[in-house]
Design a protein around this ligand. Structure first.
Ligand SMILES: [Zn+2]
Length: 204
């Protein structure tokens, strides 16, 4: 609490109108879907301020089509805030991704969550199993997981309708390096990007 008071005072000293302006309006242009890991806070690592990024975080930055929480955030960000960029940001050394590569029983709920990453592993099994080093294999799965989650965003009617109606948002797949603080842009999907036909809605 003391840290909060000091922070609030510092912000007002720098910019007396700071909180008045923020309280009136949020117009972020970015939705961030990131990992819950405490070392990957969206604002700090992107050097942005409160008000600039709308944030959703869960273990291993997953986009799950039955996740009402994530879909509500996506719907609000895309259709009400009208963000022009949706970022899925994973990170090297992700504990969720590493856990999914073990055969350990984490009990029902976590098993259910991690199953989604195991499914990504299975999709890319032949590539992943050519990587002998365990850490390097986990880091490659982090990248492939990000790519799959971006593609899952494109499969939602929320994104497809926005692409059709306003030619936005662009979807981005990023990976953050815990060891160097650097974000790598892995994969983008522009409005109208191709995808497997079975996932396309033709009567939006
Ligand atoms: Zn993580």
């Amino acid at each position: 609490m003391l840290e909060n008071k000091a922070w609030a005072q510092e912000m007002v000293e720098d910019d007396p109108d700071y909180f008045n302006r923020l309280a009136k309006l949020q117009t972020p242009d970015f939705l961030w879907i990131g990992c819950s890991d405490s070392r990957v806070p969206a604002n700090e690592i992107t050097g942005t301020q409160p008000g600039e990024i709308f944030v959703h975080r869960n273990i291993a930055n997953l986009v799950i089509h039955t996740d009402v929480n994530l879909l509500s955030v996506l719907d609000y960000a895309v259709n009400h805030l009208k963000v022009n960029h949706v970022i899925v940001c994973g990170h090297y050394g992700c504990g969720g991704v590493k856990a999914s590569m073990t055969n350990h029983d984490f009990n029902h709920l976590l098993n259910m969550w991690l199953r989604n990453i195991k499914d990504v592993y299975r999709l890319y099994q032949s590539e992943l199993e050519t990587i002998a080093d365990e850490e390097a294999r986990a880091d490659r799965l982090v990248e492939l997981n990000v790519k799959e989650q971006v593609m899952k965003l494109a499969k939602t009617s929320i994104i497809q309708r926005a692409w059709q109606n306003r030619n936005s948002p662009v979807l981005h797949g990023w990976v953050y390096g815990l060891k160097d603080g650097i974000i790598k842009n892995l994969f983008d999907m522009n409005p109208g990007s191709e995808m497997d036909n079975i996932y396309k809605y033709d009567d939006l």
